[in-house]
Design a protein around this ligand. Structure first.
Ligand SMILES: *Cc1c(COP(=O)(O)O)cnc(C)c1O
Length: 223
């Protein structure tokens, strides 16, 4: 049994009474593992390879909400647009406009999160603070996109044991989130702050996360 139901129940208990969604990150894991999680009650799954996601989506129950959590190439949006529940890692205007185009083609409004570069490391994708405010102002307020709904922000903290540093990064993201949220019209539903993974989700929740993306704790280490 690769899926740990006891860990799932433990996390569910920690989330009890909080407005925090758990997304089970199942990338690289076989469909049988996802089915175990599904039968335990999980309906939100996160993947970050387009081909793998499309394959799993075809084999698994239709009521699963699929989250695309990684870096997404513009030319691959068309494959996931018909069914994706939330795209977390929107890190360029080019990608945002391609999602708009594919949303229109599929007659859907696609929910998206803008990815903010919060880690002090330089390798992670995303907008910086100044750019994210401009993008949210432009596409949330001035020229809202007809087939994209900006639902919030996503970020990844530095990969470090330094809890203070992680907290600083999460608090920074929460501040940006609150600022942008306060400027958006109420009907924009800018309500989602996706931050926290296996190693740092308790800190993320402390700092105001509304959605955590947990993989290895639930499914075991990836190879
Ligand atoms: C893989 C991945 C996760 C899950 O990581 P774990 O450490 O296994 O919980 C979360 N978010 C993103 C963007 C990922 O790529």
């Amino acid at each position: 049994m690769a899926f740990s139901i006891s860990t799932y129940h433990q996390i569910r208990n920690e989330l009890h009474g909080k407005q925090v969604t758990l997304v089970a990150v199942s990338k690289t894991k076989p469909v049988t593992d996802l089915l175990e999680a599904y039968h335990a009650g999980i309906r939100d799954f996160g993947e970050n390879y387009v081909q793998e996601l499309c394959g799993k989506q075809q084999q698994l129950p239709e009521d699963i909400q699929w989250h695309y959590i990684g870096h997404l190439q513009s030319n691959k949006v068309k494959f996931i647009a018909p069914f994706v529940h939330l795209i977390h890692g929107v890190d360029s205007e080019k990608l945002l406009l391609e999602i708009q185009k594919q949303g229109k083609k599929n007659q859907l409004v696609i929910d998206c999160l803008l990815q903010v570069h919060i880690a002090e490391e330089s390798t992670k994708f995303g907008f910086d603070e100044a750019a994210i405010k401009i993008v949210a102002q432009t596409y949330g307020i001035e020229q809202p996109l007809s087939h994209v709904r900006l639902r919030g922000l996503m970020g990844m903290a530095s990969f470090t044991d330094d809890a203070q540093k992680i907290k600083r990064e999460f608090n920074g993201l929460k501040t940006i989130f609150d600022t942008i949220r306060s400027r958006q019209p109420d009907n924009n539903c800018f309500d989602t702050l996706s931050m926290g993974m296996s190693s740092d989700y308790p800190l993320a929740i402390e700092c105001g996360s509304t959605l955590i993306r947990v993989g290895s704790l639930l499914f075991g280490e990836r190879i």
